[in-house]
Write a protein that binds this ligand. Sequence first.
Ligand SMILES: Cc1cc2nc3c(=O)[nH]c(=O)nc-3n(C[C@H](O)[C@H](O)[C@H](O)COP(=O)(O)O)c2cc1C
Length: 170
Amino acid sequence: MNLGVTVIKGRRSVRQYKDTPIPENVIRDALDCARLAPTARNVQPWLFGVIDDAALKAGIAELTDHGKFIADAPICFAVFTRKEEPYYLEDGCAATDQLILGLWAHGVASCWVAGDKKGYAENVRELLAVPDGYTLIALVPAGYPAQITIPDKKKTEDIVFSNRWEPKSA
Ligand SMILES: Cc1cc2nc3c(=O)[nH]c(=O)nc-3n(C[C@H](O)[C@H](O)[C@H](O)COP(=O)(O)O)c2cc1C
């Protein structure tokens, strides 16, 4: 199988990590993957936070509802985009996915933790001293995987249609 496809298909959300630190070159490479994501009109309206300070990670974890494990991750990325951009959400999501895949290509697992639409998004922005005008899209705690769970996925034939959709025959 093609290497890129193997990386993409092998990614899973991981919420338990080893303490092993992530090498700086891996962090830089994953951020490079993120910043090269497509954006509407190529505005690249983002800021990427790289948080390894234990107190800040604990503070972020505390603010979230389903991201308490951020406190125990070696590192947590925070993806922000300028909310005045009409495609701030799509742009931020594209970067988040490329960040996650860039990490995974180096064997570093992560998990997308919701930012946009969450009441705590503004609190995280303030905690990280990110300028007003940016909004949190996602938090991405990351580390070498300690435990991987494999969720069920829908089958291709159940979710793909050719040309015009029509009901499946029984
Ligand atoms: C927009 C978005 C928000 C998510 N928020 C959370 C979250 O707050 N906490 C969490 O543990 N997982 C979160 N996830 C991860 C999903 O639970 C996970 O992707 C899904 O269960 C499928 O598993 P997989 O990523 O291993 O394929 C989020 C994923 C997306 C795309």
